[in-house]
Design a protein around this ligand. Structure first.
Ligand code: PGA
Length: 249
């Protein structure tokens, strides 16, 4: 696993207007001076994807989206298609984030359809899974994650370029994180699932997400089968995000 390049992706959620692009630039400047060992991505709100990709140019920072519509095109007022995101400069896309699974009742089937559409236009999907606090306390964490994987990873992922993000719902934005042993147990289960189903299952990066901060990033990145991080709050500023990127090296 250690030979696979880690991916550290920032999820800006519904934060950021044009003035915030200066943070992306600061990150890119630092990486130009001292290249990162890992791959780095920023997923801004849809309105900033195009401007961010223009501002970053050929900097070593991938630009990503946070969601997409499962249909390629059509009468879907207010929605954005995979092709539009790609056209705007996105190279990857977060799919099935727990905030969307919860607030928009996104099902595994819908997420699987979105993953297939992303692949169709050449966007790298970062597919999120993770248990709630109640599910963890009931001893169901592995079961829940396995059933999310079974339902939301379409077979067309075989040999495709994609990543999984394990994000326990209770760790997102809370400051709480699982222990390293708990992270390793879930990541091992995810790896076993990937290896069982996909030809490239051994090399798919499995990111950890949920309250990753500069002070816990190094320990998390060194955990077995952790192939990077999906970072929310701490990806909004270069000051917080850069040390996390460096910790992945
Ligand atoms: P957080 O969010 O780092 O702010 O906990 C992570 C995420 O939701 O992807």
């Amino acid at each position: 696993m250690s030979q696979v390049r880690k991916l550290v992706a920032g999820n800006w959620k519904m934060h950021g207007v044009a003035s915030q692009l200066s943070e992306a630039l600061l990150i890119a400047q630092s990486l130009a001076q001292t290249p990162a060992v890992c791959r780095v991505a920023l997923c801004p709100p849809t309105t900033l994807i195009h401007r961010m990709s223009e501002v970053l140019g050929d900097a070593a920072v991938l630009v990503g989206a946070q969601d997409l519509h499962p249909e390629v095109k059509g009468a879907f007022t207010g929605d954005v298609s995979a092709h539009m995101l790609h056209d705007a400069g996105a190279q990857l896309v977060i799919i099935g984030h727990s905030e969307r699974r919860a607030a928009y009742r996104e099902s595994n089937d819908l997420i699987a359809a979105k993953v297939a559409t992303a692949l169709h236009v050449g966007l790298e999907p970062v597919i999120c899974v993770g248990e709630t606090r109640e599910e963890r306390e009931a001893g169901q964490a592995v079961l829940v994650v396995e059933s999310q994987l079974a339902g939301s990873l379409p077979d067309v992922l075989d040999a495709a370029h994609f990543a999984i993000a394990y994000e326990p719902v209770w760790a997102i934005g809370s400051g709480a994180t699982p222990t390293i042993a708990e992270i390793e147990a879930i990541h091992a289960a995810i790896r076993a699932h990937l290896v069982r189903r996909f030809a490239n299952g051994a090399s798919v990066p499995i990111l950890y997400g949920g309250s990753v901060k500069p002070d816990n990033a190094a320990a998390i990145m060194q955990a077995r089968e952790v192939g990077g991080a999906l970072v929310g709050g701490a990806s909004l500023t270069a000051r917080d995000f850069l040390p996390i990127i460096r910790a992945a090296g």
